[in-house]
Design a protein around this ligand. Structure first.
Ligand code: CP
Ligand code: NVA
Length: 307
């Protein structure tokens, strides 16, 4: 690559992009959703290839990126750590250099945020974060698209999280800074999000409430969100279940939210653990729209990354 080549457009985390860019991606997602079934002869990513690296399992991310790329006219190659040289110790840096010679973009799902950083450093093509232990930005872009599709602008609304202070809520915190909504997080003291994340968000002007009381977080909320108590890579010794059972989103907790509040969960879900069946399968739940919107918003992310 020549030294004057422009930097690739990476999609690494929500707070790494400015508000206008994020808004542009969401608008494009809405328009791609509306025109999905209209055949287009000029498919914008014709001849382009996305390599996806999975070091953790996936249903939604894998299928929505693959079908999204296909619908845009492009193709996908999928690698896992077990069927590639990554699993035998080849570095991410070397992998990034090689894949950049073949592919037009790289998506990675990995445990280690350092690997995402190495990919960004050594790849000469756009890199997309498909989840790390620290964040899940594609998911929260889909969630915001879903909220706005049902209820209008998310700015100024109250989003409540009840459960583990994990990678998904970290991306919600990033989004609170960029999209101007209040985020209230209820987690047990042992499982709260990293203090530096909360401090950064507050300094950046976001309204962040951190509590160990789910009823307080959910009171009057416009949106209630939760996620699994045991993320990929977590050890489930039983103590997580003991700590998190008071944070289960059930009908009683939902009653504390605004009357028209929505419920979201990135899935996969565990009915009876983090959410009751009555809530996830009930009228306030928009989890299937949320899952569908992964496809549309990721098509917009791919289009933005690949210009
Ligand atoms: N929500 C989500 O990312 O699902 P998968 O783990 O199935 O990709
Ligand atoms: N927090 C979950 C999200 C799965 C999409 C995990 O990391 O396993």
């Amino acid at each position: 690559m020549s030294s004057t080549a422009p930097s690739p457009r990476h999609f690494l985390d929500i707070h790494k992009l400015d508000r206008d860019t994020l808004r542009g991606i969401l608008d494009a997602g809405v328009s791609l959703k509306a025109t999905r079934r209209i055949p287009t002869s000029a498919r914008p990513l014709q001849g382009r290839t996305l390599v996806m690296i999975f070091e953790k399992p996936s249903t939604r991310t894998r299928v929505s990126f693959q079908i999204g790329m296909q619908e845009l006219g492009g193709e996908v190659v999928i690698l896992s750590d077990t069927d590639s040289q990554l699993g035998r110790g080849e570095t991410v840096a070397d992998t990034a250099r090689v894949l950049s010679r073949y592919a037009d973009a790289i998506m990675i799902r990995t445990d280690d945020p350092e690997k995402l950083r190495d990919l960004e450093k050594y790849a000469t093509v756009p890199v997309i974060n498909g989840l790390t232990d620290r964040s899940h930005p594609c998911q929260i872009m889909a969630d915001i698209m879903t909220y706005e599709e049902h209820r209008g602008a998310i700015e100024g609304r109250k989003v409540a999280w009840s459960g583990d202070g994990n990678n998904v809520v970290a991306s919600w915190v990033h989004a609170a800074v960029r999209f101007g909504f209040e985020i209230r997080i209820a987690s047990p003291a042992e499982l709260q999000p990293r203090p530096d994340l909360i401090e950064w968000a507050r300094e950046a002007g976001a309204r962040v409430v951190l509590t160990d009381n789910p009823a307080e977080a959910v009171h009057g909320a416009d949106l209630v969100v939760t996620d699994t108590w045991v993320s990929m890579g977590d050890t489930d010794t039983g103590s997580r279940h003991n700590l998190l059972s008071p944070y289960r989103v059930d009908e009683r907790l939902m009653e504390r939210a605004a009357a028209d509040a929505l419920f979201m969960h990135c899935l996969p879900a565990h009915r009876g653990d983090e959410v009751s069946g009555a809530v996830i399968d009930g009228p306030q739940s928009v989890v299937w729209d949320e899952a569908e919107n992964r496809l549309h918003v990721q098509k917009a992310i791919l289009s933005w990354c690949l210009n």
